[in-house]
Design a protein around this ligand. Structure first.
Ligand code: ARG
Length: 585
């Protein structure tokens, strides 16, 4: 398996060739020309060398050009202005590259040095509905995981469910108010607890918001909820039995929604799983004299001298003895270090949690919970807004659940499917297209950019949308199916015929850099742009050429082979984005 892309290989060969001329350069970059009439690519290094060696840039350029002209890979090599070199790729070389991609697309991907990365992009809260805030971590996180795997990393995604905090205490309290006679609340109960849950998921969806509202208005209710939280966290038998019921019911539903989003986790841990690491964590920190008492609580100072903003201490143990959200994340780093010894841990949450992770990472460094070489990386993202520019709400101003948002997308896309797709199949395909609409739109902006949720726009078949990509990809599938039915065979590309097929090929060469750029920026926008560009170049070609009617059979076979390569590339990219492609729509 080659691990250097074609463009990278050309760049390093040109660098060698320049060094052979007696100059020394550490890198050469081949940039796509902004004057395609002069050449497909530009090399600006002669200008750089002229400054370094105090020589005339045109003289240097002409020496380089002589060398390039002798290489079969390049054609139309010329110098523009004061020393810019324009070059194009020869047909032979372009065809060679395409056929190597047909053989194995990895021949045009730059692989990483394999790292082990734990990715934390779940964070759904047990007993609470997933909301639009969980959408982006699920989409971006899943796509980054798939991208990292494609580039050779070993990854483990951890769902890190919010299953240990006050929301659960609130639900338990409200349940107790409604059903005080349930055995879970009776500390003297010694029998066996019922095996079926006293609540359904629908109950939870109503109980939590009610309890949370009451706690906001009523300090004594809030105090009771805190006590309830401390009591179950301390392992009260009845409350633990109830906790297990709530977990089972809620986790099933959370899994169902992550399934809808094609979001997967290798580790289904929750905050509760970190409880067993807390005492060890505290003794490590105490052993390093990092823990201070403050008003009955234990804290760790994490501010630094040159901070330009306030970084409050990390709250390790609250005054009522419970662990904080910060402690859980810190204990979780200890867990991950012990069990996976990762090179990197990536955290994806809304940008509003920036300070939280700053505190946690600093405490982890101070306590030497991970080796100094282990990278702890916070990857924040912006919010999904409504048309008013504020976080997306339902029409009547309520909280938009993730489920409701996905249903909205599905119904919108269902309207646009072919009329002959009916019944269960219509429903199934509408779901796939709806998810594609939501996910693609979510991944287009740079991850830190907020965007406005506009399902009419996201589902438009003519725009830069998920459905447009699916529609186009399906059309490639059906072209190849028809060729098959007509017994037309094809395997490799033999000719480059016109500007349209050539443009597709040039786009295919850029596969590697789009993946690498997205990976480095931890943002999928380069991949979403790239697949759109590639698909559009194919569609342009498709509308200009009648592939199956082409009488030159060698050309027809080349076009079919190229179609197959674009199809496979698209399917690979859609898969990285977490999008499934139906066979019709
Ligand atoms: N449960 C949290 C929330 O809904 C998100 C958890 C993010 N991950 C983490 N390791 N803190 O806000």
């Amino acid at each position: 398996m080659n691990s250097v892309s074609f463009i990278k290989k050309i760049e390093s060969d040109i660098k060698e060739l320049i060094n052979d001329l007696g100059y020394s350069l550490d890198s050469v970059s081949l940039s796509t020309s902004n004057r395609p009439d002069l050449g497909e690519y530009q090399i600006n290094e002669a200008m750089r060398l002229a400054k370094m060696y105090k020589e005339n840039p045109r003289d240097i350029a002409s020496k380089i050009v002589d060398k390039l002209n002798a290489d079969y890979r390049f054609t139309n090599v010329n110098i523009a202005g004061s020393g810019f070199i324009n070059i194009s790729l020869s047909d032979d070389y372009l065809i060679e590259c395409m056929n190597k991609m047909i053989e194995d697309v990895y021949n045009n991907i730059d692989l990483n040095n394999k790292k082990t990365i734990i990715m934390d992009y779940g964070g759904a809260n047990v007993a609470k509905a997933l909301h639009v805030g969980h959408l982006r971590s699920a989409n971006i996180g899943e796509a980054l995981k798939r991208l990292a795997n494609t580039l050779g990393d070993k990854t483990y995604a951890d769902a890190h469910l919010g299953d240990w905090g006050r929301p659960i205490g609130l639900v338990m309290l409200e349940l107790k108010k409604r059903n005080p006679n349930l055995p879970y609340f009776d500390d003297n109960f010694e029998g066996e607890y019922p095996s079926t849950s006293p609540v359904t998921n629908d109950d939870l969806m109503e109980i939590y918001p009610t309890a949370s509202m009451k706690a906001k208005d009523d300090e004594s209710y809030m105090e009771e909820a805190r006590d309830m939280t401390a009591k179950f966290q301390n392992g009260n038998r009845g409350l633990m039995a109830l906790w297990h019921h709530i977990m089972n019911v809620s986790k099933t539903d959370i899994k169902r929604i992550y399934d809808r989003l094609n979001t997967t986790f290798e580790i289904w841990n929750g905050e509760s799983d970190e409880d067993k690491y807390t005492s060890e964590l505290i003794s490590i920190l105490e052993g390093k004299n990092l823990v201070k008492e403050s008003m009955g609580a234990k804290i760790v100072e994490v501010k630094e001298e040159d901070d330009d903003h306030e970084v409050p201490p990390l709250l390790l143990v609250k005054s009522n003895g419970t662990a904080s959200y910060q402690t859980t994340d810190l204990a979780c780093i200890l867990d991950r270090e012990k069990n996976y010894h990762p090179d990197e841990i990536w955290y994806l949450t809304d940008v509003r949690q920036t300070l939280h992770f700053e505190q946690v990472f600093r405490a982890a460094r101070k306590g030497e919970i991970v080796p100094t070489t282990t990278k702890l990386e916070f990857i924040p993202f912006g919010t999904v807004n409504g048309p008013d520019g504020k976080p997306f709400k339902t029409r009547d101003g309520g909280v938009m659940t993730l489920e409701a948002l996905l249903d909205l997308a599905k119904e919108e896309c269902k309207k646009k499917l072919l009329p002959n797709i009916v019944g269960e199949e219509r429903d199934r395909i509408a779901e796939m297209v709806g998810i594609a609409a939501v996910k693609y739109a979510d991944l287009i902006p740079h991850r830190t950019t907020d965007y406005i949720f506009d399902i009419a726009k996201f589902s438009d078949l003519d725009g830069k949308t998920g459905p447009y990509l699916l529609y186009s990809t399906i059309r490639m599938k059906s072209l190849l199916r028809k060729a098959n039915e007509e017994n037309i065979s094809y395997d490799l590309i033999k000719v480059v015929n016109n500007e349209y097929d050539r443009d597709i090929m040039l786009n295919l060469l850029n596969l590697a850099s789009s993946l690498t750029k997205s990976y480095e920026a931890r943002s999928l926008n380069d991949v979403t742009d790239y697949i759109y560009k590639l698909t559009s170049s194919y569609n342009k070609f498709y509308s200009e050429n009648r592939v199956l009617d082409q009488e030159n059979t060698e050309l027809r076979a080349s076009w079919l082979a190229l179609t197959k390569l674009v199809l496979d590339t698209n399917l690979m990219l859609l898969d990285i984005l977490g999008i499934k492609c139906p066979n019709k729509m």
